[in-house]
Ligand binder design. Structure first.
Ligand code: IPE
Ligand code: IPE
Ligand code: MG
Length: 248
């Protein structure tokens, strides 16, 4: 019998999968642990997924939502723990990411993150710049509305500078000024932990993404679960506003 992996590989993979990694706190609670232990377990789940995608699938773009603009309002101790965890995550996995052909990108408001993490992000991006196998984007201090507001500011500046006329501001002009410029839009957005919302993630880019919601809490998200989402995606009919049969 063919394995789920084989079937998914034959079914045609999306180009870009984005994941809202949710449920670390509830996982910790269910195991009688602190929220920070939940985040540690969540980091291991992220590592496992990156390794799996990088080694087993021809999936060129993977984006992970690690920390939202709104997450800054969490207790200061949890925020500090997450910033240290992210710094360690990039630092300790960097050699493996380079070996695996990963190209790292980080989207989100970098001004707000502590300088140690900012420096680590810069190092990680520089060290992985030649990676061609997997474009890994980490959304960190990221919010879709904030990103759109920043794009609007850039457009306004470009109009004032005479680089673009107001009447020429079209979808491409906006997309080119988002942090995801040059990346394909996500074909599939996965959210764990049973919540069925976007929580300000890739609002513009997900306009036509398929959505996969799973009850699994993020630390328990194993590769088989990822494959089940891909299999569900392969059963969908994406119409992009057209009528059945026209879209290909
Ligand atoms: C996701 O897990 C990680 C971050 C948002 C940083 P949560 O911390 O949101 O876990 P729950 O939703 O409280 O279970
Ligand atoms: C979304 O999860 C952000 C990340 C996974 C990083 P949240 O736990 O912050 O979202 P809400 O509060 O349930 O909407
Ligand atoms: Mg949550």
């Amino acid at each position: 019998m063919r394995t789920l992996l084989e079937r998914v590989k034959e079914g045609g993979l999306p180009r870009h999968v984005a994941v809202i990694m949710d449920g670390n706190g509830r996982w910790a609670k269910a195991h009688g642990l602190s929220r920070t232990s939940g985040h540690q377990a969540g980091a291991l789940a992220a590592e496992r997924l990156i390794r799996f995608v990088g080694s087993k699938l021809e999936l060129p773009y993977l984006t992970l939502f690690a920390f939202s603009s709104e997450n800054w309002a969490r207790p200061q101790s949890e925020v500090a723990f997450l910033m240290d965890l992210l710094t360690d995550f990039i630092r300790t996995r960097l050699a493996e990411l380079v070996d695996a052909g990963v190209q790292l990108r980080v989207i989100g408001d970098r001004e707000r993150i502590p300088s140690a993490l900012r420096d680590q992000v810069a190092d990680g991006i520089a060290a992985t710049a030649d990676g061609e196998r997997l474009h890994l984007t980490i959304a960190l201090s990221y919010g879709g509305r904030q990103e759109l507001a920043a794009a609007a500011r850039r457009i306004a500046s470009d109009v004032v500078a005479g680089k673009i006329r107001p009447g020429d501001v079209d979808e491409t002009a906006v997309a080119d000024r988002l942090e995801t410029a040059g990346m394909p839009d996500p074909d599939l957005v996965i959210r764990t932990s049973g919540e069925e919302r976007l929580s300000n993630f890739l609002l513009w880019q997900s306009a036509y993404a398929e959505l996969c919601f799973t009850d699994v809490l993020w630390p328990d998200f194993v590769p088989a679960e990822f494959l089940r989402c891909l299999a569900a995606y392969q059963r969908r009919r994406r119409r992009f506003g057209l009528v059945e049969g026209m879209e290909t």
